[in-house]
Design a protein around this ligand. Structure first.
Ligand SMILES: *Cc1c(COP(=O)(O)O)cnc(C)c1O
Length: 395
């Protein structure tokens, strides 16, 4: 299939849910991808913050190929080793003691919402059902996750949504203090708002929210679907804020591109999902869990977190240099590690298309923010190329 044929078929057979660039990607290697017409691109989006160690990392390919020959899937009526080892590994590497495995970010957040309500229910506080969430947040497209998403444009025409959700400005401690009360089940936030435009919370914000939750008896849920698994330079973004949530959700990077999500909780909270209260047919899929295990191991072996911090600093420097050159057209640069947003003065959609024409894959987070979330193993030479191409697209 050529790019043109892909566009033609896609426009006929898919629900028109996505705004898609007119290319079909057929192959990837590290930070490079190739389209159906043989053109090569630098993938500064890393899938979509999913391919944490780039495309088709040989160690991950080998691990997954091995598992494909052993067993793909079992029901959750029995155990399989990759899912056991993955849950154990996530607990060893985090505050967590209990893990629910699923297939996506939205599902991980659904599990988090359910476990928060069930926790209070089982503690004899069934009135604690309300969720305090942030304006501009993004937690996924299923109805529960969407109810927690503070962006009205995503909620239009699909209501009624589950009740009990309220919204506060992201980064405002006092607003959280006002919103949390005796009926609050949990405060749910992203460590950095990703889809909402790469908005980094002020230092100390998450720690203050933790204190408010503790004082009131509400739980603290951190959505690390985008920031988790190394994206910000530590395995979990909350480590850098020195806070420990009660629940953390993961997905995007966890399978390096294979579909997997996880809800990680403390003992007290996680054990509220008693037998029969939650389930997922594909949760704990042996192939996806093998990819996630191989990813965690390879992050260590290849020093991906150190590279993320080093390359992230380098990218930040190059972006600021570019801003000095182009002036007010770049309104702001925000991010941490290898998650960066460049806010433009005005519409950015045509800029993303221009980047693609020049051989650079990026996307939009919000209307005016171009997002970079490349492989955690990306090297300075590739970042130089990315910023040069981005600069040419701007000019
Ligand atoms: C992408 C994202 C989700 C949704 O994940 P899906 O796998 O698309 O359901 C949820 N929360 C955050 C912070 C995300 O970035």
């Amino acid at each position: 299939m050529t790019n043109a044929e892909a566009v033609d078929l896609g426009k006929r057979v898919f629900t028109p849910s996505y705004k898609q660039q007119p290319i079909e990607l057929v192959r990837g290697e590290g930070a490079r991808v190739w389209d159906a017409d043989g053109r090569r691109y630098l993938d500064m989006l890393g899938g979509i913050a999913t391919c944490a160690l780039g495309h088709c990392h040989p160690k991950l390919v080998a691990a997954v190929e091995g598992q494909l020959r052993r067993i793909w899937h079992t029901s959750n009526g029995v155990y399989n080793e990759p899912s056991l080892r993955l849950a154990d590994e996530l607990c060893r590497r985090s505050f967590g003691k209990r893990v629910f495995l699923c297939n996506s970010g939205a599902e991980a957040n659904e599990a988090a919402l359910k476990v928060a309500r069930r926790f209070h229910f089982s503690k004899g506080a069934p009135e604690r059902v309300e969720l305090v969430c942030a304006q501009g947040s993004f937690h996924g497209r299923t109805l529960g996750a969407l109810a927690a998403t503070g962006q009205p444009k995503y909620q239009q025409g699909v209501g009624p949504l589950p009740a009990g959700f309220s919204f506060v400005p992201y980064g405002d401690v006092e607003a959280v203090r006002q919103a949390v009360g005796p009926r609050t089940a949990a405060v749910m936030l992203e460590a950095i708002q990703g889809e909402g435009g790469v908005r980094v919370a002020p230092r100390g914000y998450l720690a203050e929210v933790r204190k408010i939750c503790d004082a009131s008896g509400a739980l603290f849920i951190l959505d690390e679907v985008q920031t988790g698994v190394g994206r910000t330079g530590t395995l979990w973004a909350h480590e850098q804020e020195k806070v420990v949530p009660d629940v953390m959700t993961l997905a995007k990077a966890l399978g390096n591109g294979l579909p997997i999500g996880a809800m990680v909780a403390t003992e007290a909270v996680g054990s509220a999902l008693t037998p029969g209260t939650h389930a997922s047919t594909f949760g704990g899929n042996a192939v996806a869990c093998t990819a996630a295990l191989a990813l965690l191991r390879t992050i260590d072996e290849e020093g991906a977190l150190e590279n993320c911090r080093r390359s992230g600093d380098y990218l930040e420097g190059r972006l600021h240099e570019l801003q000095r050159r182009v002036g007010a057209r770049v309104a702001a640069i925000r991010g941490r590690g290898l998650l960066w947003g460049v806010e433009l003065d005005g519409d950015a959609a045509s800029l993303v298309a221009r980047c693609r024409e020049l051989g650079l894959i990026v996307n939009l987070a919000g209307e005016k923010v171009v997002r970079f979330a490349p492989s955690l193993l990306i090297e300075p030479a590739d970042l130089d190329e990315a910023v040069d191409l981005f600069g040419r697209a701007l000019a």
